[in-house]
Design a binder for this molecule. Structure first.
Ligand SMILES: [Zn+2]
Length: 400
């Protein structure tokens, strides 16, 4: 059995003990059937992963190029798998130790004063009185997409992002995805990659959905985000090179930092500078039945709120490290991430389920952005090329 096949079967085996672990699998179905039939114990999976790690250590490494990236990638993914198995057996780690072990990165720490300063900037932009979070809620009320228009708005945004991406990338003709609306989830959207260049995208409609979610969802989950990333890995690595290890995607692994980071940065790639606001005014606001006159201010506020995203990491770190309670984490998110109490509670449920995974969104974006812009600068064509290279290769966070 090759190392690639062993790795895939180990990921599938760990998935038998952790229902969130296997995010996608489209390799040989009989591998999955074999794992389900034998259902190796957690101890067995752990021991077999350590044996694979040792074997990889003794294998002569490729000197460079894609082969070297491939080798390092499997070794590092295996390392993360060992950690996840240990966590399932009860190993306790700090938030930062965990994110380093699972995602190959540690998020920066910010003091409370950093967020107080951001709040002061937002206070200048938001009308009204009361707490900043209440004022933000009141301001955003005029930008809710009503349930009856939701699908039309999302489909419009998806078509636009797809057209922009197709101008820049050669995507397989048969690629496509479907959108479903769901409830009672700890996340707001999810891409379930099915293989054969298809994704199922689920949108959680538990809480109000604001106009910015349309491009966010279309780019992040679709084009040029998760869907495109998975399509390019399947096309370039699994089909063209027969590198089977890429037919499985373990969620709690360094791959997720690249996936979430590129999905978030994909919005900037698809809509450089002011293009997003112009597009939304002309196209999405009318479909949503919203007044385009408010788009400029809405996105100024949106950008400031986006800067508070690291408040979410701080809440997660403090909560998971046992420094604050769930209720205190909710209060922190309301005060500094400016979430409504309902959204903050949903977020704490996300912390419980996915833990330090939260760093993949904002730190991931910052790392991908830095990597792409260090090479491409402000040149839009070059950005697309570097971005596409990243999505088509086995890159680790520490390579960025
Ligand atoms: Zn995502």
């Amino acid at each position: 059995m090759t190392s690639a096949e062993r790795y895939v079967k180990l990921v599938l085996s760990l998935g038998e003990h952790d229902s969130d672990y296997v995010d996608a699998y489209y390799g040989p179905p009989h591998w999955h059937e074999e794992v389900r039939a034998t259902k190796p114990s957690l101890d067995h999976v752990h021991a077999a992963a350590i044996a694979l790690r040792e074997e990889l250590r003794l294998t002569p490494q490729p000197q460079g190029g894609l082969e070297k990236l491939r080798f390092d990638y499997v070794a590092r993914q295996t390392e993360a798998l060992i950690t996840r198995a240990e966590m399932l057996r009860g190993r306790k780690m700090t938030f930062d130790e965990e994110s380093q072990a699972l995602y190959d990165a540690v998020a920066p720490h910010f003091q409370e004063s950093y967020f107080q300063n951001l709040n002061a900037q937002l206070a200048a932009e938001l009308p009204g009185s009361g707490t900043l979070t209440d004022r933000l809620e009141a301001f955003r009320k005029d930008f809710v997409i009503t349930r009856d228009r939701l699908d039309a708005v999302f489909q419009t945004a998806i078509s636009a992002c797809r057209a922009i991406t197709q101008q820049r990338m050669d995507l397989p003709r048969e690629e496509s995805f479907t959108v479903e609306y769901v409830n009672n989830k700890s996340w707001s959207g999810y891409n379930w990659y099915q293989g054969n260049f298809r994704s199922l995208i689920q949108v959680n409609t538990d809480l109000p959905i604001y106009i910015d979610r349309a491009i966010d969802l279309a780019c992040h989950e679709g084009y040029p985000g998760h869907h495109v990333y998975n399509v390019l890995l399947e096309k370039n690595l699994v089909r063209d090179r027969n590198w089977r290890e890429f037919s499985v995607y373990p969620l709690f692994s360094p791959q997720s930092l690249i996936a979430e980071g590129s999905a978030n940065y994909g919005i900037d790639v698809a809509f450089p500078s002011d293009e997003r606001v112009e597009y939304e005014k002309a196209s999405l606001f009318p479909v949503a039945g919203l007044d385009p006159a408010g788009a400029g201010q809405y996105y100024r506020v949106h950008e400031l709120v986006a800067k508070t995203s690291y408040a979410g990491n701080e809440a997660a770190r403090r909560y998971l490290d046992g420094e604050i309670s769930a209720e205190q984490a909710v209060q922190w998110l309301v005060a500094y991430a400016l979430m409504s109490p309902d959204r903050a509670r949903q977020r704490v449920r996300f912390f419980d389920q996915y833990r330090s995974y939260v760093i993949n969104y904002n730190l991931g974006k910052d790392l991908v952005k830095r990597h792409v812009e260090a090479i491409a600068g402000n040149d839009s064509d070059k950005r697309w090329r570097v971005f596409m290279q990243l999505l088509s290769s086995p890159t680790l966070p520490s390579n960025l």
